[in-house]
Write a protein that binds this ligand. Sequence first.
Ligand code: ASP
Length: 318
Amino acid sequence: MPFTLVIHGGAGNITPAIMNKEQEEQYTAGLKEALDKGYDVLSKGGAALDAVVMAISVLEDNPLFNAGRGAVFTKKGLNEMDASLMDGSNLMAGAIAGVRNIKNPIKLAREVMLHSGHVFLSGEGAAEFALGKGIEMAPDEYFFNRSRYDQWVEIRDTDFYQLDHKDDNLKGTVPNTDYKYGTVGAVAWDEQGNIAAGTSTGGMTNKRFGRIGDSPVVGAGTYANNITCGISCTGHGEHFLRAVVAHDVSCLMEYKGLPLKEACAIVIKDKLVKIGGEGGLIAVDSKGNYEFCFNSAGMYRGMRNSEGKEIVAFYGEE
Ligand code: ASP
């Protein structure tokens, strides 16, 4: 029986000019490891939901990406993380925002979905729930990463906040100077025809006031529905929230009967562009077709399916 897995590690100004050979190798290895571990779940007949949690956990454990261990720093010098997960077979969803010291936020999102009776928990309450469920915690040092720290130190005394992407046109933000990218996400379609999607992030450097982006918001950064598709987004969260990107793609398929490719293009390359939103998404539809769609220069991305096809790419037009 066929199955498909797609992943992303963030979108933005990712061009050959900002990557050296060593970085290309590191990102390739990081993406490949996540694909392989998620693929193993699917190839043994495992559930799309488990493959998504597996692939995202691997990316969260890799400091290259802005999620879990590699999460960026807030205005107060903390690492506050957001994540969400959705099961397209029953429209169940779980999400958390503004959590600290959680080793794998995507696992906490799954716990919220399955065992909280709620969909979305935040901050201290989410931490209390995590403790009660035996979710693995990690000390502040675990999340310390020199380049993320330096990235924050550069702007901590300003009112600017910074996408973990380069985006010169954002009001209230400064251009990213060290070009680190990396919100992570995964979408899987399993042998049973079930679709699941998840997204995990540290958000934006120097964020304050408990700022939350699109990543943990069901319908904006993440969505899954067996009858249409699964989506995980990455980009400037404020715009993705306003455009309700993930659900919008699903709606174009459900109500207008559009194919996945066209639905993604309308939302990412037209609607989002009109409001100044930079970024992209990964998607899989109910037949296992996959899509990478972005309006930025590049997106760290990968795909592996039951047909033996495997893709790892960073730049546009690959
Ligand atoms: N969408 C994320 C946020 O705004 C950032 C990202 O995708 O890198 O928090």
